[in-house]
Design a protein around this ligand. Structure first.
Ligand code: ADP
Length: 445
């Protein structure tokens, strides 16, 4: 049966789930907790655990999966995907490889089993393991675990009685299967962005659609957009969005920092711009992200010097000259949209402007969910309340809040840590929790 792919809600990402609407579940004869294979039009496949979809999906023929599963199945949002029941066996034992810089003393097996319980895994696969502690961990991020071996083979499900072994070989040296993103492609997915659903839809329509389906634009006889301008206060998720779009379409990602490019020696700024565009065209599909566009392209009457004029002229000519129509797109960001040179805002350049504003309460809750997704939070914590009490906070502020809370949790267990050792005790890891008090204190700070 074919279903349409949609993203999961932020809080449900990272657990190998597929939210299938109930009507489709019945038609496929699926029960909550069954496993399905999702296959895209290419040869990508993903195995996921079924979970009854969100009420609003009822009868719409939708399957919601997160960015990792979309990547494995090689599908994008709104693509159609074939869904069939999967034949999976319970795992007797699974060997996982940890990243090299994560050094743990004692048995971390039970913790891994706990977190991955219920997930379907295959040898060679990389699965995220959330750990808000240790050298790799920053809030909301997870550590890539490599599945080095399974018994039996094939796709197996980790259960409470699976024995988890830790491989002697670090993850980096275990041969690749469906590894993380290719070089140059960021790892951010739509589930990592909170409170910007409408804005994301607009950006996707402008960028993803032309890149995935150039034929549509050819058929209609219109040119796909060359650039999109995101504007709004700092820390609201503009960069995050650009990275997520690039990742979802497996596009090469190049960043140009406005201030950095303007600090180059005479003539070098233009040269560097040219190189970035060249690189992007060579690696197309590609997204060029220009951060702080205002520092390059302030209105000409304000732009004092000859340098600014020449750099803007170069940028205009590079954008006009983009050959692979729709295959290289520029996303620029600014928090001073009114200062941008109008020449750049006219037809055929950044002709779509999308405002990325300060999040409201619901947005703040989603952002908090993103950044606490990997954290062992105490049950008593009510994120709604924190969303309520953080009026005026942007995404970056909420991220610091959750990180600070995790640091507070860390400080509490500090006496138990032996700082002379560069390994972390598995027992200490297991006992680590972010409490209401940690969050409160972070909010005060
Ligand atoms: P901008 O480009 O708008 O200045 P960024 O995208 O660089 O902001 O945001 C900085 C950090 O703040 C991000 O890496 C992310 O951790 C967090 N953040 C900002 N906005 C959001 C959001 N909408 N959802 C989740 N996290 C966010």
């Amino acid at each position: 049966m074919k279903l349409t792919v949609k993203p999961l809600k932020q809080k449900d990402a990272g657990r190998g789930l597929a939210a299938v609407d109930r009507v489709s579940m019945r038609e496929l004869d699926l029960e909550n907790g069954d496993y399905i294979v999702l296959s895209g039009s290419g040869d990508g496949q993903a195995v996921a655990r079924v979970w009854p979809g969100y009420p609003e999906d009822e009868g719409r023929g939708i399957v919601r999966i997160d960015g990792r599963l979309r990547q494995e199945a090689d599908v994008g949002i709104d693509d159609s995907v074939t869904v069939e029941p999967a034949d999976v066996k319970p795992a007797n034992s699974v060997t996982v490889a940890l990243p090299q810089n994560l050094r743990i003393r004692g048995d971390i097996g039970p913790l891994v089993r706990d977190k991955l319980s219920g997930q379907a895994v295959t040898e060679g696969q990389t699965v995220p393991f959330s750990l808000s502690f240790g050298p790799m961990a920053s809030s909301g991020q997870s550590v890539p675990l490599k599945i080095a071996n399974t018994s039996p083979g094939g796709t197996v499900v980790i259960t409470d009685s699976t024995s988890i072994e830790i491989s002697e070989t670090p993850a980096e040296q275990v041969s690749a299967g469906g590894g993380p993103s290719a070089e140059g492609v960021p790892n951010v997915t739509y589930e990592d962005i909170g409170g910007l659903d409408d804005e994301l839809d607009q950006v996707r329509e402008m960028i993803e659609l032309p890149m995935r389906h150039p034929e549509l634009f050819q058929q209609l006889g219109i040119e796909p957009p060359k650039g999109v301008l995101l504007h709004g206060p700092p820390g609201t998720g503009k960069t995050l969005m650009a990275k997520a779009v690039a990742n979802e379409i497996d596009a090469y990602f190049e960043t140009i920092s406005g201030p950095e490019i303007m600090s180059k020696y005479y003539g070098e700024s233009e040269e560097q711009l040219r190189e970035v565009f060249e690189e992007a065209e060579e690696n197309a599909p590609a997204i060029i992200f220009i951060d702080e566009l205002d520092s390059i392209a302030a209105k000409r009457e304000e732009a004092g010097g000859d340098v600014e004029r020449r750099v803007v002229a170069q940028l205009l000519s590079l954008m006009d000259g983009l050959e692979e129509r729709g295959r290289v797109t520029v996303i620029a960001a600014t928090n001073r949209v009114d200062d941008i040179d109008p020449a750049l805002r006219r037809g055929g350049r950044f002709d779509r402007e999308i405002e990325i504003g300060v999040p409201d309460k619901d947005g703040r809750k989603e952002i908090l969910q993103v950044h606490t997704r990997g954290m062992p939070l105490s049950d008593s914590i009510d994120l709604d309340r924190y969303a309520e009490n953080t009026h005026g906070f942007v995404g970056a502020d909420l991220e610091s809040l959750t990180r600070e809370s995790a640091m507070n949790a860390l400080r509490r267990i500090r006496p138990e840590l032996d700082l002379e050792e560069d390994e972390i005790d598995a027992d200490v890891l297991e006992s680590l929790h972010v409490t209401e008090g940690d969050l409160k204190e972070a909010l005060k700070g």
